[in-house]
Design a protein around this ligand. Structure first.
Ligand SMILES: [Zn+2]
Length: 256
């Protein structure tokens, strides 16, 4: 199957241990909206490494957190990405709230989606795609309706692994079904026999052993349009590019 590559722009502050989760976070987050975001030096440096790697490289969709446009230093790097023909921009929420970990909130989620969509799409222009990834992978069936109503065409939040069923209210297939019923295309993440293979699993032992091999086996052919081609989502984080003293790169097949 074809691979669709995407990268999430999470900063250190967006870890659920810091913010966005009702039980796991050390900082409060009363609403979806936060103000005056400034990127960490770690994220800025990792983004510079990503820019070097992706220039003249494979087609990648960047899932952006809307509040990050508050930060001039980060936006200046996004400008460089936006100028590249192989980069598309999609939506990773406004302030990285883990929506399905909180009580169902259709009104709040809808308001956030519209604001994030408007801010990111105006910024990205023709590189914008109405595609969504739920912060922290926290997705639930009730989120499908608001996504469709806000004009989103694709969701890529489902991690079809037995390790994360808890986040999906016990059954990720229900989420997938709701997305499809609301007219959204669902593009689940690549998994392996032992569990997740995307995001943190790329560097988390023992998942990393299997994940790196699975990525190489699934990235012979890469698409930039997961809405027309049946494809599997391979995603990582911008911050990953700071690993190995800035020499880290996604474990893709040699031929692309
Ligand atoms: Zn994230």
């Amino acid at each position: 199957m074809t691979a669709w590559l995407s990268v999430d722009t999470d900063d250190e502050i967006h870890l659920p241990s810091k913010r966005g989760h009702p039980h796991r976070s050390s900082m409060s987050m009363p609403t979806w909206h936060t103000e005056n975001y400034r990127a960490s030096t770690r994220l800025l440096n990792a983004t510079d490494r990503f820019i070097e790697w992706v220039r003249d490289g494979p087609k990648v969709t960047v899932f952006l957190i809307a509040e990050q446009l508050d930060c001039p230093e980060f936006t200046q790097r996004l400008d460089q990405l936006l100028a590249m023909p192989n980069i598309l921009i999609a939506c990773h929420g406004w302030g990285h709230r883990c929506w399905s970990a909180w009580p169902e909130d259709v009104a709040g989620f809808s308001e956030m989606l519209a604001a994030a969509r408007d801010r990111i799409s105006v910024y990205a222009g023709s590189s914008w795609r109405p595609w969504f990834r739920a912060p922290g992978g926290y997705v639930a069936s009730w989120m499908a309706g608001p996504l469709a109503a806000a004009g989103f065409r694709l969701d890529s939040s489902v991690n079809p692994s037995r390790w994360v069923n808890r986040k999906m209210g016990g059954d990720w297939s229900q989420v997938q079904q709701s997305m499809e019923q609301c007219g959204l295309i669902e593009r689940p993440w690549l998994t392996t026999g032992i569990g997740p293979a995307c995001g943190p699993a790329l560097s988390l032992f023992p998942f990393s052993l299997f994940a790196n091999r699975a990525w190489r086996n699934h990235s012979d052919s890469i698409t930039s349009d997961p809405t027309t081609e049946d494809s599997i989502a391979l995603y990582w984080h911008l911050l990953d590019h700071g690993r190995k003293s800035g020499r880290w790169e996604p474990p893709l097949a040699r031929i692309q």
